[in-house]
Design a binder for this molecule. Sequence first.
Ligand code: HEC
Length: 212
Amino acid sequence: MKNLYKFILLLLVPLFLFSCGGGEEQTAEKGTPSLSKSDEQLLQTAADKLIMKFHNNLKMELGKALKEGGPANAINVCSEIAPEIADSFSANGWKIKRVSDKNRNPNNHPTPAQMAFLELFAADSTRGLKHASNYDGEIFHYYKPIHTNSLCLTCHGDKDNLAPEVVEKLNERYPDDKATGYDVNQLRGMFVVDIKMPEGKHYAEEIAGSES
Ligand code: HEC
């Protein structure tokens, strides 16, 4: 008897959902901003390209600085160059940066909304999730995870294993540093690209159409 009730209830639930849903869905649609599929595709392609450029520029500068003056010198370069590169790419309605819940620079602390996406990447142990995005009716937010490799550990590894001059430099520049204690292949943070619409679309077309 109990099962029969359950069965009837199960049949009724979708009915209720459908019957009450109609009106609500309409208002929800009005309130829920959306982008056309082609615009979304364009913004994703362009954001991916810009992230790649940002990443390559940083890697190049980091490599150069390491070669020229070792890791302590590279920290100087990193702390000045990283925000500079980010700024130089942030124009025409676009903003790019890196954030981490264990941030070194206090400016790289994630907002609660960004934290939700960072947690999504952290929970994805198989790394199937390559990127994520959402649109709030004004800004298209694009996120891409950043993982560590062995090079990163020179400055983000266990504090006990860091070179003394690196520790000294970090203490001097980043008294609230949370970005040590990492191993290889861990989620270090994520790239965040914020694109203001509609003005950011022109820049997206420019980037997407350019040679990489
Ligand atoms: C030479 C030292 C050094 C190396 C090597 C290094 N980093 Fe960093 N990293 C820094 C410094 C310094 C900052 C702070 C930059 C700033 O002030 O914006 C930083 C910041 C970051 C941030 C921004 C979030 C935060 O913590 O402020 C991410 C993400 C990051 N590093 C990832 C990496 C990854 C991934 C690697 C390896 C591919 C790497 N880093 C290698 C020194 C280094």
